[in-house]
Ligand binder design. Structure first.
Ligand SMILES: [Zn+2]
Length: 211
């Protein structure tokens, strides 16, 4: 697999000597490894990142449904990614330590439960739906980027939009439910959930050799 590394600019020649190559989309160095991380690479492992999803382009999907509160038809919008990178958590030494790695995903997926969003992506969404904004959820006791009713302003929570088979954003292949799909040829950056996040085991184990 490709192991992505946070290599400071001053150390790039050293990284290259250790076999690292440059990924211009992620703006990160990477090396091809099997199931172990060679110890000279430890210091460059990714320990934190502002976002867990990155893509070169994305789509905004618009649909309409009755508001759960006032029952008027309201616009709801979401993002669809096609090919993207997702940050995956790896446990090391039986969970004693961990690092993150970017996984290249070729899978159509909605993005839900977004807690951080690149300002340019938020601006594009705002053009499509002026009622999409960071909203406090009493149920979650926290804020996330969400839809709000265009009539009464009430939060249209992600659980109701994505989780149930009857939900409007349950299946992203169900495109006859959508009124409009806008493709945007600009980078996408967010912290949120995809179908992969929902379906993959947290903390894939990986062995580190040496010390
Ligand atoms: Zn309403």
């Amino acid at each position: 697999m490709k192991l992505y590394l946070n290599v400071p600019f001053a150390e790039k020649e050293e990284a290259k000597r250790l076999g690292a190559r440059w990924n211009p989309e992620l703006k990160l160095w990477f090396v091809e490894i099997k199931d172990t991380v060679p110890s000279p690479l430890y210091r460059w492992l990714i320990e934190e990142a502002d976002y867990n999803l990155l893509a070169e382009d994305y789509s905004i999907v618009m649909a309409s449904k009755p508001c759960w509160k006032c029952h008027e038809q309201t616009i709801v919008t979401t993002f669809i990614l096609d090919r993207y990178y997702e940050l995956v958590h790896f446990d090391v030494d039986e969970g004693e330590t961990f690092f993150y790695n970017w996984q290249d995903v070729h899978n159509l997926s909605f993005v839900s439960n977004i807690t951080a969003l690149d300002p340019s992506v938020l601006a594009k969404m705002g053009e499509a739906n002026s009622h999409y904004r960071k909203t406090y959820s009493k149920a979650l006791e926290g804020s996330y980027f969400a839809n709000n009713c265009t009539h009464c302003g009430m939060l249209q929570g992600d659980f109701n939009l994505y989780q149930e088979p009857s939900s409007i954003f349950y299946d992203c292949r169900d495109s006859e439910k959508f009124e409009k799909i806008i493709t945007i040829d600009k980078p996408f950056k967010a912290k949120g959930n995809t179908a992969l996040t929902a379906g993959s085991p947290e903390g894939i184990m990986i062995k580190i050799v040496g010390s």
